[in-house]
Design a protein. Sequence first.
Length: 283
Amino acid sequence: MIKINIQKKLHMAGGDTALRMNTELEANSFTALYGPSGAGKTTLLKILAGLIQPEHGRIEVNGQTWLDTERSINLPAQKRSIGFVFQDFALFPNMTVMENLRYALPDRKDERLLLQLLEAVSMQNFAQRKPDTLSGGQKQRVALIRALVRKPQMLLLDEPLSALDNEMRTNLQDVLQQLHREYGLTIIMVSHHLPEIYLLASHVLQIQHGQIVKSGTAGEVFGWEQSVNSITLLGEILSVDPQGVKVLVNNQVIIIAAAGNWQIGDKVTIACQAADLTLKKLL
Ligand code: ADP
Ligand code: MG
């Protein structure tokens, strides 16, 4: 169980606001953080990682206290059992893939684990390559397993797949699912990509202005309906024309006659039950 109760002043463009969060996550769960830019998602990850200290708070991870401001406990980042992947996945350009991984290994002995991790992401043939000879998706795989060489309990991912094209993204989603299962990790991932959240996350925290405004499964948080005999598609409104609303769903455009105050870019669900189609705005 991961218990998080923190308060931290945030310096925003429009003045100060506070990050205030009090929540519990199951060990080995996969949580998605969803919310607009500036909501405090990265700050939360950095507080968990020990890179930013909140004014007040407690963080307890599987019975171990990482932070307790009342008792002046604040484990430094390297004593917290975490792996962290930022969006830009900063690999050392002058080192090969293997050297990058070795560098992250505390005792620099467990080469077997490195090979096993390389294999887990199908990168065993790239061990001697330098990062600038790899594709974005391959670099991201290396960054992911580099975050795992210390066998962390928790993996923090800050929009790790957002720079990748669809095929790479799908590929890496598989890798993440597999690593999550095999290594029993607790994963917290920032993502704006609803299908990805739906696929990967067992739990979603929706964050706005430094607060958790909703918490639950993707279905609960985004209000997707689940019922037998129906399918629900996720889409985005492309245009609102007299003949109907054009919605982009999985690279296809579907035209639906649906009255409503739709805006281009609205994320919507299309629910199809028997022959009835209904369009519903997300959030
Ligand atoms: P998000 O990742 O959700 O886009 P961030 O956590 O990066 O949001 O930032 C939330 C707000 O907190 C921003 O307005 C940012 O300027 C501010 N902020 C970022 N780091 C700190 C810090 N160390 N101390 C105080 N405020 C910060
Ligand atoms: Mg961020």
